[in-house]
Design a protein around this ligand. Structure first.
Ligand code: GDG
Length: 475
């Protein structure tokens, strides 16, 4: 595959360009079997939609099928620029370097990161392709906002080709301390790649501090109060911009009559006095093993009564072609099967485990149906599920159990916080949250809701873009 099959076909025209691993649309087939596209559900697209439409925006990303070259197309007022990936690039750049090297390394090495030189070569090549496509569509002095760990080389590549552009980068996952990051054979290249951005954004201040320390120690760059000076004397900034959700949209969805009816139906089907809920992509960073073990022990010891309590775990299928994820699925299903086998009875399983994805409205109904939401990742950049639960609790009750290792823990201080590695501590806190008085639950939820509704996804996008010099007023 050539590096840029569309080279020369697109005139630079977009004043605001988002570059992300995936396009903001997914494929659909209508009733007559006609293929089409629909906007992907998700906060990033929602937050950026108004500015994309107002500013002749373009979205550069992979469309999801290997070995397919597509021309740019307009969707709902936004230009989509599909980047082709060959099947071996999907294996090496995406499943390999992105999801079996960088993902585990950046999440505290909770799974062992693999280092393969051919994965790295694919990563460089694909990053170059994304950078070239962005350089082609962005108009003079335009803005390009690059997203996430798959594209860390794009800022510098783009700056090399188009020094006129304003370049932002946002990392959705944690950025590790140097003790871990230094393992990476290509640590210097990644750091250089990121310093190409004018603003390098992270979820939490600690991640920005890790980055600044690394570029000082490894690249010898001068840094001061969040600013860094590149070798050519130009400056950039690293700072925290905690991402959030469209809180009002979740609240509205959760309070629609059909969502409420569905929530009631879920309660009726579960037939329990108390419902605990977990919702995660099936990922080893999410702490599912520890969480399920904690519930197993709570049921076994009788501290939770299987006749009165149920733990509903939604595990959304994820990265099923990566070995570590297949192994995780087997482990979880063995664990759940054992617990239910030991402690269930006919017609009743203490753990209700579903390996499936659901429409957004079903998610809102689930949040509405749950008395206690249990979010216990071993490490998480932010964790939007925790914020979605809070936004859906329009009744002001419910309890959130939250890992201190999720970025969200910095903001959601009124959650019942846990160390997910401490199973006894986690068991106690789950019980404390479940048994807290209604007054206590309401008091905590009130503060949580204020936090989530004040710092929503628009707040996030506006904070980042105004620091990048893209005024909210000129949207
Ligand atoms: C990365 C970072 C950071 C899940 N299952 C279904 C479904 N979801 C939605 C949730 C939520 C999103 O997916 C998951 O977001 P998280 O933040 O919880 O986690 P990651 O996927 O790991 O996201 C994370 C995030 O990026 C944003 O920066 O917070 O730390 O790891 O919105 O609701 N949505 C639907 N059906 C499902 O079955 N519709």
């Amino acid at each position: 595959m050539t590096n840029n099959p569309r080279s020369g076909q697109v005139a630079p025209h977009a004043s605001f360009v988002v570059v992300a691993n995936r396009l903001a649309v997914e494929r659909t087939t209508d009733a007559d079997g006609q293929p089409g596209w629909r906007t992907s559900p998700g906060g990033l697209v929602t937050a950026l939609e108004p500015i994309m439409k107002a500013k002749e925006g373009a979205w550069v990303g992979w469309h999801g099928s290997p070995d397919e070259i597509l021309e740019p197309f307009a969707h709902d007022g936004i230009e989509m620029v599909p980047i082709p990936l060959a099947a071996d690039e999907v294996a090496e750049f995406y499943e390999g370097m992105s999801n079996a090297t960088l993902w585990p390394l950046y999440h505290d090495s909770v799974a062992f990161p693999e280092y393969h030189r051919e994965w790295w070569d694919a990563y460089v090549k694909v990053n170059q392709r994304f950078a070239e496509a962005a350089a082609e569509v962005a108009e003079k002095d335009g803005t390009v906002w690059v997203q996430d760990y798959q594209l860390q080389l794009v800022p510098q590549m783009l700056r090399g080709m188009r020094p006129d552009l304003k370049i932002g980068f946002f990392l959705h996952i944690p950025f590790p301390p140097q003790e871990l990051f230094n393992q990476l054979p290509w640590r210097k290249e990644i750091l250089e790649g990121l310093t190409g951005a004018d603003i390098v954004g992270f979820q939490v201040p600690g991640a920005a501090a890790n980055f600044l320390r690394l570029i000082r120690d490894r690249l010898g760059l001068e840094t001061k109060r969040g600013e860094f000076v590149r070798a050519d004397g130009t400056r950039g900034r690293a700072a925290a911009y905690p991402i959030s959700i469209d809180a009002n949209a979740f609240q509205d969805l959760a309070s629609q009559p059909d969502t409420l009816a569905r929530a009631q139906q879920i309660r009726d089907d579960l037939d329990a006095e108390i419902v605990f809920l977990g919702v995660d992509r099936l990922d080893y960073t999410k702490g599912l093993r520890q969480r399920i073990r904690a519930f197993g022990e709570l049921f076994q010891s009788g501290q939770l009564d299987p006749d009165k309590a149920v733990f509903l775990q939604i595990a959304t299928p994820s990265r099923e072609r990566v070995d570590e994820y297949r192994k995780l699925r087997d482990d979880i299903e063995l664990l759940v099967g054992r617990i239910n086998g030991d402690m269930g009875r006919i017609g009743r399983s203490p753990i209700n485990y579903l390996h499936s994805g659901y429409p957004r409205q079903e998610m809102a109904a689930l949040y509405r149906a749950a008395d206690v939401m249990v979010v216990t990742p071993l490490r998480d950049g932010m964790n939007l599920v925790a914020k979605e639960y809070v936004a859906c609790r329009g009744t002001g009750d419910g309890a959130l159990v939250l890992s201190e290792f999720a970025g969200a823990a910095r903001e959601l201080k009124q959650a019942w916080q846990v160390n997910p590695y401490d199973i006894n501590g986690m068991k106690q806190t789950i019980l404390d949250a479940a048994n807290a008085s209604v007054t206590e639950k309401r008091r905590r939820m009130r503060t949580l809701r204020r936090q989530v509704f004040t710092n929503d996804i628009n707040h996030w996008a506006e904070a980042f873009l105004s620091d990048l010099g893209v005024g909210v007023a000129d949207k």
